[in-house]
Design a binder for this molecule. Structure first.
Ligand code: SAM
Length: 331
């Protein structure tokens, strides 16, 4: 092998160290996800500095597992440890980012890491042979997606999303027909149906699991001005039925995104509004270098968004289809 005379030893060592940092952070992400799902963060946030036994008791968990998990949390500097008394403390500032007490629960978002890691074998087959991995292979996808949507979509509806369209809230108050395409577990429509009882809401998704969960949540919430149906976005088959159509994070992983957009256009009444929320980014990789969540977004795209589309022989746009392509497809 020819020796590269420009080889920079310091650069190589710094890169290796950064890879160890990645390994640690991947492990921490898994531990944060368990901390969320097991209720450990909520329990610790409600406790003063406590022993592992007290924390395990409060969260109704096995102490030995909790103690090992605390080892990750302490070495990751998420939790403070006081060795003299062997007590652990979740600082309030950290609890804000890891529980429901703050604006965005990062521990909840960490659940995506194990969900994506769960399909690695199937994904590897797609790397080798093309094709994709269908939605049904991702355990807990709809549950985790709905938790994320609660934080990024449902919570943003009133303060940020609806005000984008002048007069929309007033129209919803008066009473209009609304459709959400790719509604998942339907939390956005359920929330709007509760807020705007004079409007009628519909949610379509091709996932039976998602629609069943949406119907159950609507029933539990006792909202009656909405319906959920299993329907392929590529075959909506309705003409001038809705005043407002929404899609939240639901175009780029479609098998036929162009078909979906055509159907939405057809289903809108004259003066109807299509309101769409999708991932921030450019269609051009070089413009995304400074995106704070760049690696994460390309990863979730490759592990899920692009891949579920390709599983159905679809366009495989992926999460990073970007604003430029989105604008081109919507004019
Ligand atoms: C990323 S999830 C977003 C779900 C929901 N809008 C939210 O924000 O939580 C994309 C959704 O699109 C649905 N979907 C994908 N392809 C579809 C199709 N051809 N027809 C209808 N729904 C589809 C999936 O089942 C999934 O629920």
């Amino acid at each position: 092998m020819m020796k590269d005379t420009n080889f920079d030893q310091k650069k190589a060592e710094a890169f290796s160290a950064s890879m160890l940092d990645v390994l640690n952070k991947g492990a921490i992400a898994l531990a944060l996800s368990i901390g969320h799902r097991s209720g450990l963060f909520e329990a610790m946030a409600a406790l003063p500095a406590s022993t592992s036994q007290q924390i395990a008791d409060a969260a109704k968990l096995n102490e030995r597992y909790v103690r090992e998990w605390l080892g990750t949390m302490v070495t990751a500097r998420v939790v403070n440890y006081f060795p003299d008394t062997m007590i652990y403390q979740l600082p309030e500032e950290h609890a804000r980012a890891l529980t429901s007490s703050g604006d965005y629960n990062m521990a909840s978002a960490m659940q995506f890491i194990p969900v994506l890691a769960g399909v690695e074998d199937k994904l590897l087959e797609s790397f080798r042979n093309g094709g994709g991995v269908p939605y049904s292979e991702y355990p807990r996808f709809h549950e985790v997606m709905a938790s994320e949507s609660d934080q990024t979509t449902v919570a943003a509806l009133e303060p940020f999303i609806l005000p984008i369209v002048p007069g929309l809230k007033e129209r919803l108050e008066t009473g209009i027909d609304v459709l959400d395409v790719g509604c998942g577990k339907g939390r956005a429509m359920i929330t709007l149906a509760k807020t705007y009882p004079n409007s009628l809401f519909t949610g379509y998704d091709f996932s039976e699991e998602g629609i069943e969960a949406a119907r159950e949540e609507a029933k539990a919430a006792r909202v009656t001005n909405l319906r959920f149906e299993v329907r392929d976005a590529a075959n909506i088959g309705e003409t001038e039925q809705y005043d407002l159509i929404t899609s939240f994070d639901a175009i780029h992983d479609q098998a036929d995104p162009a078909g979906m957009l055509r159907n939405i256009y057809k289903a809108l009444r004259p003066n109807g509004v299509y309101l769409v929320q999708d991932i921030t980014g450019s269609s051009h990789l070089e413009n995304n270098l400074e995106l704070p969540a760049g690696p994460w977004l390309y990863t979730i795209s490759c592990w899920h968004c692009m891949t579920v589309s390709l599983a159905y022989g679809g366009a495989g746009l992926g999460a990073m289809w970007g604003e430029e392509l989105a604008e081109k497809m919507m004019v």
